[in-house]
Design a binder for this molecule. Structure first.
Ligand code: ZN
Length: 133
């Protein structure tokens, strides 16, 4: 059901500052920075093998990510797993007792996505993605 880790999202206060560590010190390549107005964030993509690290910076004070940052500080936000068929995956997980934040997939930047409650996955927020081609 799971193909790979698609990305690991890390919430940061400022992408340019964070790039000093991830690009400058760790030497990862920066492929794209874009604004996703729906979620009120800027996102930077740094591929690592067949996965990516995504740095996520809030651009408004009242967004979900801004509240996360205020409450928890900088750090890992979620792990995204790529699946072949997101509807089938959600149905299967629901049957197995996993609580779904998104019962139906919604459109994300790179495909259809859905989140699972961290209470069902031992404290880690997990996103599923079915990539659009
Ligand atoms: Zn994500």
């Amino acid at each position: 059901m799971i193909k790979k880790i698609d990305h690991i999202a890390i919430v940061v206060r400022n992408i340019e500052e964070a790039l000093q560590a991830y690009q400058g010190a760790l030497g990862l390549e920066l492929t794209d920075v874009k604004e996703m107005s729906e979620d009120a964030v800027r996102v930077a993509f740094l591929p690592v093998g067949e996965s990516e690290i995504e740095l996520v910076e809030p651009i408004t004070a009242d967004s979900t990510i801004a509240k996360f940052l205020e409450k928890r500080g900088e750090g890992m936000h979620h792990i995204c797993l790529e699946v072949e068929d997101i509807e089938a995956a959600l149905q299967d997980l629901a049957v197995k007792g996993i609580r779904l934040i998104d019962k139906q997939p919604r459109q994300g930047a790179q495909g259809r996505v859905a989140f699972l409650y961290p209470t069902s996955t031992h404290g880690v927020l997990i996103e599923l993605i079915e990539k659009s081609d």
